[in-house]
Design a protein around this ligand. Structure first.
Ligand code: ADP
Length: 263
């Protein structure tokens, strides 16, 4: 048994995290490792996944691996490598995502639309499809899909992003319908304004007047920390959440209670 500090409710469980090279995915890698899991840290950018693991007391419990979640073959290769290494998969966190250019719909190119859909929606589908046969064999497993407040409302994300995040909730519900009775629990997490590179590209820092104005309209009056999302994922993926199936769990500091998009 791995020796860990603090809560170790993931002792010897195998957790797969996509988008592990940054933001919420990086925080999830840290959270699950600290709880005793073996963690496959997947990202399209392998160097960033390796960097995530290096920053933590990772190896040998961490396994950085390259994946393009929108590519069927790449997904299968990564999942095969994880099963070959650890023999099982207890939890899949579909967290890799991209934002579009925020243009109004009539200015969005088909290429841009397809790119966002491919990563944000087809990605969770392909990853789940590759992992589910193993979970069915085990008779148990869990999947957590990262949606967004944009899974419920129109916001700053743009049409492709918003449609993809609504789609992630639909995929979560449909797969729950299909696999809940067969031992696989599937849920979505819907973060609001979270302090990650995606929400804060170089030109918009948390200190910019735009962002300050936005946050002043969120009831919690602050950004969500990626570590808070990671702790929610740790709860939803654990046996403590055994009765939580098909939910879209909002963690947004009250964002969705605002009458309109604060941005
Ligand atoms: P978040 O707010 O979700 O944490 P980030 O932009 O900080 O957003 O992180 C998203 C991560 O997803 C990045 O590390 C990025 O490299 C990764 N990613 C983007 N596209 C893909 C893809 N096609 N396959 C796997 N990982 C991807």
């Amino acid at each position: 048994m791995r020796k860990v500090n603090g809560v170790n409710n993931y002792n010897n469980k195998v957790v797969v995290i996509t988008g592990a090279g940054s933001g919420m995915g990086r925080a999830m890698v840290g959270e699950f490792l600290s709880r005793g899991a073996y963690v496959a840290a997947l990202d399209i950018n392998l160097d960033r996944a390796i960097e995530t693991v290096k920053r933590l007391d990772g190896p040998p419990a961490a396994f950085p691996h390259q994946v393009d979640v929108s590519d069927e073959r790449s997904v299968q290769t990564a999942v095969d490598a994880i099963i070959a290494r650890w023999g099982r998969i207890d939890l899949l966190c579909n967290n890799a995502g991209v934002l579009d250019g925020h243009a109004p719909a009539h200015e969005v190119s088909l290429e841009e639309w397809n790119r966002v859909m491919a990563v944000n929606l087809t990605g969770p589908f392909l990853m789940s499809r590759a992992v589910i046969p193993q979970m069915l064999k085990q008779g148990k497993g869990a999947i957590i899909n990262t949606s967004s407040t944009s899974g419920f409302s129109a916001a700053g994300g743009g049409s492709a992003y918003t449609a993809s995040k609504h789609g992630v909730i639909g995929l979560t519900r449909q797969m729950t319908f299909e696999y809940g009775a067969r031992g696989i629990r599937i849920n979505a997490i819907c973060p609001g304004a979270t302090a990650t590179p995606m929400a804060m590209p170089e030109h918009t820092t948390s200190n910019s007047p735009d962002m300050d104005l936005a946050i002043s309209k969120v009831p919690a009056r602050r950004w969500c920390k990626p570590e808070e999302i990671a702790r929610l994922a740790a709860f939803l993926g654990s046996d403590d959440a055994d009765y939580v199936h098909g939910s879209a769990y909002v963690m947004d500091g009250g964002w969705l209670t605002a009458a309109r998009d604060p941005f």
